[in-house]
Design a protein around this ligand. Structure first.
Ligand SMILES: [Zn+2]
Length: 437
């Protein structure tokens, strides 16, 4: 058993290896029109800018500090980007979980998993975790709950890393004959760390609740879960080692100096090659499924999981606090069963509000992507692809916050966000298990 931990190395991102954002700020423009903002930025083509989020009320952009004063309508929401970035990494002392993992393992030799894990404050969720630590933790979950968990290989990335899915199932064929399944993905965009930690939080709650709480027992008896906490392992590793704000994968493009395809523009549903250059943050690649992660995913769910009936798909992103329903590619495309889809979306937002009081706006993904104003901006998304081809219900959750930290949410929010999003997941499970639908 100890062998599992041999690859756990305390990787601490050193400040000097990381991209330096000390001369950058984040501006908010109070408009929903991303094209209008792009026009303002056009005359600064020789400097690096990056659109962080576009929502129904605002567009946030990272810009060099020296142009802020000239940008009409810019409200600075993050003034010290370097410091805000530094605060998202764990401190050196907080980093190593090796001792914790060993203690848990020792206790498991004499006690059942529920009593070992449930009463215990899980320090895993005190900090954001690097990929090695997350994968070790997934192994620990499999060792702890061998009856419920199987780690599956979805595929490999450009840099040769494994993309892993956790298959959670009570294997109760009598109660789940059709293999009704909910799929959850996190970390499609590398810098959205809170999506990764929230997917892990779901895993922990589902597993430790089984056999102990009525609801989790019901969920696992009647549903299978496929959870991919880190959908973009290369990009995620890169955010720890080089650039905290990296978004895409790390694939080589046709342009030698630019790496990375935006996985969320790579799926083969209304895919259109975005005009943008390979260096841009939402580069779609030259063909659908060019991103190895989306191609592997397509093979995995349609080949090894072909007999599963996927009832729900939940894609975890950040930030903006939004519940987004399909379609992303166009506001003219009406999703099927719209009335129930809206009931689901508002139900998820309400479940979150009841847990934490936080407000999540419900809107169509096309509005969030800007494809209502500029066709093509929302093409090739995971949400549209899954909703259209495999999942009866599909939603994207954009987690906290609304801009104070943006992608750089401090670790103290891991538990509160996990908790409120788990409230939404429970609503999703109940919605799917409702016999009236
Ligand atoms: Zn995202």
């Amino acid at each position: 058993m100890r062998g599992v931990f041999t690859f756990l190395v305390g990787v601490t991102a050193t400040a000097n290896a990381l991209s330096d954002y000390s001369d950058q700020k984040v501006c908010r423009f109070h408009t929903k029109n991303v094209t209008e903002v792009k026009l303002k930025l056009q005359k600064y083509q020789d400097v690096s800018t990056d659109i962080w989020t576009r929502s129904s009320q605002f567009v946030d952009v990272r810009v060099p500090a020296n142009i802020v004063a000239e940008l009409e309508g810019c409200e600075v929401i993050i003034g010290d980007l370097k410091d805000t970035i530094a605060q998202t990494y764990p401190s050196a002392e907080a980093q190593s979980l090796e001792k914790h993992f060993e203690e848990v393992q020792q206790l498991l030799q004499t006690q059942d998993p529920f009593s070992v894990l449930k009463g215990r404050h899980d320090i895993f969720f005190d900090q954001f975790r690097d990929l090695d630590t997350i994968y070790t933790w997934l192994d620990l979950m499999e060792l702890t709950f061998p009856e419920l968990v199987k780690i599956e290989l979805v595929g490999q990335t450009y840099e040769g890393r494994d993309m892993k899915a956790l298959h959670i199932s009570a294997n109760n064929q009598a109660l789940n004959p059709e293999k009704k399944t909910i799929i959850i993905t996190g970390g499609v965009h590398a810098r959205e760390w809170i999506g990764v930690s929230t997917a892990c939080y779901f895993i922990y709650e589902l597993l430790t609740g089984y056999g102990a709480n009525k609801r989790e027992t019901k969920y696992l008896n009647h549903l299978d879960f496929l959870i991919v906490p880190v959908f973009n392992p290369d990009g995620y590793v890169y955010t720890w080692s080089h650039d905290r704000l990296w978004r895409k994968n790390r694939q080589q493009t046709y342009y030698p100096r630019c790496f990375g395809i935006d996985i969320d523009h790579s799926f083969d549903f209304h895919w259109t090659g975005i005009q943008d250059f390979p260096c841009s943050e939402d580069y779609s690649g030259e063909a659908p499924f060019e991103a190895l992660e989306s191609e592997s995913w397509n093979n995995y769910i349609n080949e090894s999981k072909s007999e599963y009936t996927i009832h729900g798909y939940l894609d975890l992103h950040s930030y903006s606090q939004e519940v987004l329903y399909p379609y992303a590619y166009s506001c003219d495309a009406l999703p099927r069963d719209l009335e129930n889809l809206l009931e689901l979306s508002y139900g998820l937002a309400k479940a979150i509000r009841r847990k934490s009081g936080k407000n999540y706006k419900v809107l169509s993904s096309c509005e969030d992507r800007g494809s209502d104003l500029t066709p093509g901006l929302g093409s090739g998304s995971a949400l549209d692809y899954m909703y259209h081809h495999r999942a009866h219900w599909g939603v994207q959750l954009k987690l906290r916050d609304t801009g104070n930290h943006g992608f750089l949410l401090p670790a103290k929010y891991i538990n509160p966000v996990g908790k409120e999003a788990y409230g939404a997941l429970k609503y999703f499970c109940d919605f799917i298990l409702n016999p009236e639908l």
